[in-house]
Design a protein around this ligand. Structure first.
Ligand code: HXC
Length: 273
């Protein structure tokens, strides 16, 4: 099967996305936007949430221009539980139902843990851990009410389990999201709700570049840790995400798929990274 044939399974609805509705947080840029576009391309209705309305509108315009699924922008700060409940209500009002969620919204910057201010710690933990929980809770409640089951995917990072200097706030928050995923995967399995994580390696997006490899030197340093020798394209992360959201992974719950060009394994073998 060549690439074209494989990808046509999406447009043919073979992955079960046609007519389904997904919320993607942080859907205005980077990996979130790529996942939103891929879901729409596969026939889903997509609700993009984030703090910057203009960026969300751009994602919606891209989806509408592509002539694929329908999309709705709902400006939302995931740190606010009431705003998250309103996001779910807006999605249901527009599309009539929900089928899943992508917890992608994140905040990050590199800072030595010993010097991080309480507010700096709180900003990242609030977005990544608290925001993912508020969104997961609100969507799971809606799925329970519908009695339909569904799928929740959270974007984390391999440093959730190995840690990484300069990222104590993000690593701790992502580890929390992994623990949340494993806990709720068992709690919610009887409702037909699956929860998984994806751990992308360094991915070529504006947000990650600005936050994590802002200089040429930092960029080369990161690249040297990736055995495959390149950054991921956001679309490569979106492809793996669609598998985890789709019925093609129907017996997969409570786990994490690492999509990092071998970076994490390379660290074990070569001690680099
Ligand atoms: C030290 C910093 C800092 C820095 C912010 N702070 N940047 N401290 N070094 N570089 C501190 C501030 O001084 C402040 O503390 C506190 O953090 C909150 O900052 P605000 O700017 O007021 O907060 P806010 O506007 O809410 O912004 C949140 C943010 C911001 C996380 C700081 O960067 C953000 O919103 N980012 C979203 C986009 C993003 O980061 N995307 C990258 C995700 S990539 P004080 O004490 O001064 O008040 C990613 C990939 C990981 O996560 C995986 C890689 C493999």
């Amino acid at each position: 099967m060549n690439d074209l044939t494989a990808n046509s399974a999406y447009s043919a609805g073979g992955w079960g996305f046609t007519g389904r509705t997904y919320i993607v947080t942080g859907g205005g840029s980077g990996i979130g936007r790529a996942i939103a576009l891929a879901l729409a391309g596969a026939g889903a209705q997509v609700v993009v949430a984030g703090r910057t309305p203009e960026k969300l509108d751009e994602t919606v315009a891209l989806i509408e221009k592509s002539g694929s699924g329908q999309a709705l922008a709902v400006p939302t700060d995931v740190r606010d539980p009431a705003a998250v409940d309103a996001l779910v209500a807006a999605a249901v009002e527009r599309f009539g139902r929900l089928d899943g969620l992508v917890n992608n919204a994140a905040g990050n910057f590199v800072a030595p843990g010993i010097d991080l201010s309480p507010n700096g710690w709180r900003a990242v933990v609030d977005i990544v851990l608290n925001g993912s929980y508020y969104c997961t809770r609100a969507v799971a409640r809606q799925l329970r009410e519908q009695g339909t089951g569904g799928s929740v995917l959270s974007v984390i990072a391999t440093y959730a389990w190995h840690g990484h200097p300069g990222t104590v706030h993000s690593a701790a928050a992502k580890a929390g999201v992994l623990a949340m995923t494993r806990t709720l995967a068992v709690e919610l399995a009887p409702l037909g709700i699956r929860l998984n994580c994806i751990a992308p390696g360094p991915t070529e997006t504006e947000g990650a570049g600005a936050a994590l490899w802002a200089t040429d030197e930092a960029r080369s340093g990161v690249l040297a840790t990736v055995p495959t020798g390149r950054f991921a394209a956001p679309e490569e992360i979106a492809d793996a995400s669609l598998f985890l959201l789709s019925e093609r992974s129907s017996y997969l719950t409570g786990d994490c798929l690492t999509v990092d060009g071998g970076q994490w394994l390379g660290k074990q073998v070569y001690g680099r990274g």
